[in-house]
Design a protein around this ligand. Structure first.
Ligand code: B12
Ligand code: SF4
Length: 495
């Protein structure tokens, strides 16, 4: 069968496509796990976000898919709906399958769309079995994790247990299936690699627990190294390790760094997400090793610097440093200091606008980011389907915006008990632009040619809505913010 797999073109504030166009790891993993006789094409639509319609027209013409699969996050739901409508118009009989976080956690929304199948949870085996059932013309009822339309009804099979990655049930990704080009992280070709899945924490804003429960499974290093080599041989110079929480097992992470060094794969740049507690508690040995292995940017899930907020986010435990098993206070500063000492950059993940936040508490977090982090990744709490946080915000009547396309993390869609949503977003927007500018020299030293060529575009993105007058303080910043909001609204129409 001809199978076309699509990721959505929607991007968010901290990932402007001029600088960051990252592949979707789910699609190549699905492509690597279907039976060999299928012809699979993977199209990451971020690579043609300004020509989505034209690209789909061309792909349908050239590839003539019998099955189309879409990977969707919640803020991309509206775009997914439009792509589904276009696919139906281009080929009415095509089978449409949706998967990923949004269809898995809000399947009812997709039952109302014109799709045929919803794959819930991990998709490799479910999708492989679905293609087999489509070829056979039956047997759907025995496929776990599948919802299917039958006449006017939707039928759901039981959830599929999470995969044990240790026993090689999941085959390596198939990057050869990609049909679009142009992946980049600041001018270097980027690829994604998984070394593990899952997490045993339960932060209230995170979708992972409802998606797969609290567990942690790992791929063998042999497989991970083969995967990194495959990405490198296809041109990647930067690798994003997309594990949910690679620092859950620090000993394993250290061994992975050793393995990368031993395999001479430390000539690549690595980007990873980490918990502050692991870095703070094990940084003396872990951080130098990470640096030697090629780690350059570390996304730290700081979440918030205030105890009350950390409690609301259920993120206090993962931000607590431990010395010999005893609690030794907040881990954030120690982790940042450790990474900086080892010449790594900190991407600071903070969440501001929690229910009891005041202007002062938000300003305190922004001031912290200004002082300590190299690249701010500040977000607002966003009520994604079935997260514990969503319930809290709903119960307290704080959700002010139900337009899901704006659930991109940098649009404030909830208010606090003290501040309106728009004011919270304004505070973040106003502070964050300048923090980003500050990182440009570091980016320049690493990728001078890229920065020279793209600086005007990058600055134009960061300062959308501003004019010379507003930058010089001759115009109220709120006017610039209003223009920014308008531009952002227009950007969200991809098709
Ligand atoms: C790595 C990652 C990123 C990376 C890379 C994204 C990329 N291009 O791959 C970065 C940092 C860029 C990123 C950014 C964002 N992310 Co993100 N990210 C993740 C993370 C950590 C892992 C995702 C991953 O690659 N997993 C590995 C793959 C193999 O697994 P998978 O995606 O789950 O896919 C499996 C199944 O879902 C299913 N499946 C998926 N698609 C499809 C399609 C079909 C047809 C089928 C059959 C099956 C299927 O099968 C796959 C294989 O088993 C998750 C989860 C987490 N713990 O936080 C969040 C997560 C996916 N991100 C999330 C969000 C919200 C975002 C942002 C909007 C804001 C933010 N929080 O940073 C931005 C938007 C990005 C953009 N487009 O501009 C949310 C999504 C919530 C939701 N309900 O939509 C998550 C769940 C985190 C959370 N807050 O809970 N993200
Ligand atoms: S530690 Fe990270 S992956 Fe784990 S629940 Fe919290 S935010 Fe999600």
């Amino acid at each position: 069968m001809n199978v076309l797999l699509l990721s959505m073109p929607d991007y968010f504030e901290h990932m402007p496509p001029v600088a960051v166009r990252m592949p979707n790891g789910a699609l190549t993993s699905l492509a690597g796990n279907v039976d060999d006789h299928h012809r699979v094409a993977v199209a990451d639509l971020i690579l043609s976000y300004r020509q989505v319609r034209e690209t789909l027209n061309r792909l349908f013409y050239e590839f003539d898919p019998e099955v189309v699969g879409l990977s969707v996050m919640t803020f991309q739901r509206q775009t997914a709906q439009r792509i589904i409508d276009l696919a139906r118009a281009l080929k009415p009989g095509v089978k449409i399958v949706v998967g990923g976080y949004d269809p898995s956690l809000a399947p009812d929304a997709y039952e109302r769309m014109w799709v045929d199948y919803i794959v819930r949870g991990e998709g490799e085996v479910t999708f492989r079995e679905l293609l087999r059932a489509l070829e056979r013309g039956g047997g759907f009822e025995s496929i776990c994790g599948l919802s299917r339309r039958e006449g006017k009804r939707w039928l759901h099979t039981p959830a599929r247990p999470v995969h044990r990655l240790e026993d090689d049930e999941i085959r390596p990704p198939n990057r050869g299936a990609r049909v679009l080009q142009g992946y980049t992280l600041l001018g270097r070709q980027v690829d994604v690699v998984e070394t593990s899945r899952g997490c045993t924490y339960d932060c209230s804003f995170c979708s992972i627990i409802e998606m797969r429960g609290r567990n942690f499974h790992t791929y063998s290093f042999e497989r991970v190294l083969r995967d990194i080599r495959d990405a490198r041989d296809r041109g990647a110079r930067t690798i994003f390790l997309v594990d949910d929480n690679i620092t859950l097992n620090v000993r394993r992470f250290e061994q992975l760094c050793h393995a990368i060094i031993k395999a001479s794969l430390n000539t690549l740049d690595y980007f990873v997400q980490a918990m502050t507690s692991s870095i703070a508690s094990h940084g003396e040995t872990l951080a130098p090793l990470m640096r030697r292995a090629g780690f350059r940017y570390v996304f730290l899930g700081i979440e918030n610097i205030l105890e009350g907020d950390l409690e609301f986010l259920r993120a206090a435990a993962k931000n607590t440093a431990r010395d010999n098993g005893t609690n030794s206070g907040n881990a954030t500063l120690k982790a940042i200091e450790c990474l900086h000492r080892n010449r790594m950059y900190v991407v600071g993940g903070l969440i501001v606008g929690n229910p009891d936040d005041t202007q002062e508490s938000i300003e305190a977090n922004l001031a912290f980011a200004r002082r300590y982090v190299d690249w701010p990744y500040i977000q607002h709490p966003t009520p994604y389907p079935r997260t514990p946080m969503t319930e809290h915000f709903r119960e307290r009547g704080l959700i002010t915006n139900e337009r899901l396309e704006e659930y991109d993390g940098t649009t404030a869609v909830v208010r606090t008990e003290h501040l309106p949503a728009e004011e919270i977003e304004y505070l973040r927007w106003k502070a964050e632009r300048w923090m980003k500018v500050r990182h440009m020299p570091a980016a320049f030293w690493h990728d001078p040619w890229f920065v020279v060529r793209h600086a005007p575009e990058m600055l134009a993105h960061t300062f959308r809505g501003c004019t010379l007058r507003s930058v010089l303080g001759l115009e109220d910043d709120r006017k610039a913010f209003g223009r920014y909001k308008l531009i952002r609204r227009q950007e969200r129409v991809y098709i």
